[in-house]
Write a protein that binds this ligand. Structure first.
Ligand code: NAD
Length: 275
């Protein structure tokens, strides 16, 4: 992988860029419009939003103003917890598509595994996929037991599982399980929400390559076959986060980074959330 536009191929043949821009907590309106435009101008082709981020309209405006053709972009959004269920997901999807100004979505994810709801939600995603409205369907924050439960009834298996993943939470078992089932793992909060960019070991490794700790983490994702979606609203950092193709971590660097694992979450626990 040599370039910010390089892609992984999901098991259904759809190509998804390895690196994208996350826009959680980016304000709708000018902030998200400018952020999306800067990222696309930098070369990003994948944007990760959600109904729950309340910025789908601004994402659409940023895409429109970027001048890049729709078919060259990969757009992800997610069904919010309160919208889960079969009919309500179908309605939530149409509302997201209207805000995003899209006819066809690249990837639609179940945002969180809401108990008693996610299987009905999945049936709605399968229908939309079969109708050609969504190119790939997947989940987010699913543990192994959620995936196994979902697959007892699913007709189509998830193409992606987007989970919290960074050097303090390396998710070895889930990664192994997903690899076995050809479910692409995607890292959310890859930089630990910014907490990891001053980590001493990551900075030491970064210094060897004249790179930053953020770049080392993102490179660690890519070399491990993990799709990654760092968030920044700062043009310099948006560029920095995509400038990870001119160096290669050694097996020893990767081992050292893996050894930082503490199973530490900065976000919510998928087995214990109440929203
Ligand atoms: P992140 O790990 O990407 O960290 C972002 C923060 O790190 C920024 O706000 C900034 O403070 C800092 N930062 C970014 N680049 C930097 C750089 N080069 N140098 C120094 N500091 C830098 O955190 P995130 O936004 O929580 O996660 C990324 C994306 O993942 C989100 O925007 C969203 O799209 C997705 N996400 C999904 C879920 C989910 O439940 N599916 C949950 C959280 C996030």
């Amino acid at each position: 992988m040599k370039h910010v536009q390089d892609s992984t191929t999901l098991y259904n043949g759809v190509k998804m860029p390895w690196l994208g821009l996350g826009v959680f907590k980016v304000k709708d309106g000018e902030e998200v419009v400018e952020t999306v435009k800067t990222a696309i101008q930098t070369g990003y082709r994948s944007i990760d939003t959600a109904k729950g981020y309340n910025n789908e309209s601004g994402v659409a405006q940023g895409i429109r103003e970027s001048g890049i053709a729709r078919e060259d972009l990969f757009i992800t959004t997610k069904v919010w917890n309160g919208d889960q269920g079969y009919e309500s997901t179908l309605a939530a999807f149409e509302a997201s598509m209207e805000r995003l100004e899209l006819e066809v979505l690249d990837l639609y994810l179940i945002h969180w595994p809401v108990k008693g709801k996610y299987k009905d939600t999945w049936r709605a995603l399968e229908k939309l996929h079969q109708e050609g409205r969504i190119r790939a369907i997947g989940v987010s924050n699913f543990q192994i037991h959620h995936l196994e439960d979902l697959m007892t009834e699913a007709k189509i298996k998830p193409a992606v599982n987007q989970v919290e993943l960074h050097p303090l939470l390396i998710q070895s078992e889930l990664r192994e399980y997903c690899a076995k089932h050809q479910i692409q793992i995607e890292a959310w909060s890859p930089l630990g929400q910014g907490h990891l960019v001053e980590h001493p070991l990551l900075q030491t490794i970064a210094a060897k390559y004249n790179k930053t700790a953020a770049q080392v983490i993102l490179r660690w994702d890519l070399q491990n076959g993990i799709v990654t979606i760092p968030k920044s609203v700062t043009p310099e950092r948006i560029r920095e986060n995509a400038d990870v193709y001119d160096f290669e971590l050694t097996a020893e660097d990767i081992e050292q980074i893996n050894s930082l694992n503490e199973n530490k979450r900065f976000g919510s626990d998928p087995d214990n959330f109440n929203f």
